[in-house]
Design a protein around this ligand. Structure first.
Ligand code: 5MM
Length: 366
């Protein structure tokens, strides 16, 4: 029997009918991954903080910023008892995908043993966008096909690329939105070719004093450009997961919004900008407190259950991890309590996906 990697290498010499067969095998694999990632009430765990971000988070809690502490922290996460009941996929960072538990089990294998699909952050961060002072472009397209092939071999079946859109009186510019959404679409096309499901993350930042309406308008515009670009790059929308921000006022906006308003604005914005072919929407938390991120997701499910074309789930980093990291503090003796907290937060997000979260569930950990 011909193996897929052989067929892929000989793509250029394949007869047309065989290429069609390979494409449908790849599509089937992509769709299987998507279905597993979005299954039931589970969600995604973003544990893909780059070195500078994890060091920043560690510094805030007083944890030494070394590769060994990064490894120990990620071991705490992947060995959390029962995590596979709550989490369908975990996004890793390049450093982490090569790391192992103290007992020598690769994190990727540990995740797979618990029924969690390994994913990988493949963008290489942001840099200033030439011609647009203050705005950022995400980089990492050069050599991406080769890196995706390597990550596939290492076990990753989905990937993530984050674009960052800031709001102020003059931002975002059209140039910034278009450049970033084009890069996201090129990334998504390369992922699908490699048999890897792309998570596309156009994050409209919460920083600033803008209103909830401004966040709505900018996010809607960003999504329109994103899906136009995905279409232009022949990306199969059935095998993409969108990772958006919720619709929120800026952090320093004097007029904050209640939970029901955020839920309604977020779903309305998505209904107006995300095609029904997209199978799932997995929110980032973006700096919201864990409790609020969970409550917002829950309110969307309570109000719109059964009325939405896509699955609505979570792909939180801070909103799942932060309380556990604060309990751990880098000390071995705190691992168990930190793992209990991690599991607790993830299970509350499962409840939110079912529309069954109530604030009093928070007390169960006290
Ligand atoms: C927005 O950040 C993503 C979601 O995390 P939150 O739920 O905390 O908002 C997250 O996946 C992020 O992309 C990674 O942590 C990587 O971030 P950096 O800044 O290291 O690229």
């Amino acid at each position: 029997m011909l193996c897929l990697s052989y067929l892929t290498k000989t793509w250029g010499r394949c007869p047309r009918s065989l290429i069609g067969g390979i494409k449908s095998m790849k599509n089937k694999e992509l769709l299987n991954t998507v279905n597993a990632l979005l299954a039931g009430d589970k969600g995604l765990l973003a544990m893909d903080e780059s070195t500078s971000t994890i060091n920043k988070r560690f510094e805030e809690v007083g944890i030494p910023q070394t590769v060994e502490y990064h490894r120990a922290y990620r071991e705490l996460i992947v060995t959390t008892p029962g995590l596979g009941k709550c989490i369908s996929g975990a996004i890793l960072y390049d450093e982490t995908i090569y790391q192992a538990t103290k007992a020598g089990v690769l994190f990727v294998d540990k995740l797979k043993q618990t029924g969690i699909i390994p994913g990988i952050k493949v963008d290489e961060g942001t840099t200033g966008l030439a011609g647009f002072p203050g705005e950022k472009i995400t980089v990492g397209l050069d050599g991406l096909s080769q890196r995706l092939a390597k990550y596939y071999q290492l076990g990753a079946r989905f990937a993530k690329w984050r674009a960052v859109i800031a709001i102020n009186a003059v931002m975002p510019s059209r140039g910034c939105i278009e450049a970033n959404m084009h890069a996201l679409a090129r990334y998504a096309a390369m992922c699908q070719k490699a048999g890897i499901v792309p998570i596309v993350e156009p994050e409209v930042l919460m920083d600033g004093s803008h209103s909830i309406k401004k966040c709505f308008d900018v996010t809607q515009k960003v999504h329109h450009v994103l899906f136009d670009q995905l279409f232009a790059q022949n990306v199969n929308l059935h095998a993409v997961i969108l990772k958006p921000n919720m619709i929120l006022p800026g952090l320093s906006c004097p007029r904050q919004a209640d939970i029901a308003t955020v839920a309604e604005a977020t779903v309305t914005c998505l209904l107006q900008s995300v095609p029904a072919a997209v199978p799932g929407v997995a929110f980032l938390s973006g700096g919201q407190s864990p409790e609020l991120a969970t409550a917002h997701l829950n309110a969307m499910h309570v109000k719109y259950k059964g009325k939405l074309p896509w699955a609505l789930t979570f792909s939180f980093a801070r909103a799942i991890q932060q309380p556990a990291m604060e309990l751990w503090k880098g000390n071995d003796e705190n691992v168990k309590v930190a793992q209990e907290m991690l599991y607790h937060r993830a299970s509350l997000d499962n409840a939110a996906r079912r529309g069954q979260y109530t604030p009093d569930m928070e007390k169960k950990f006290d």
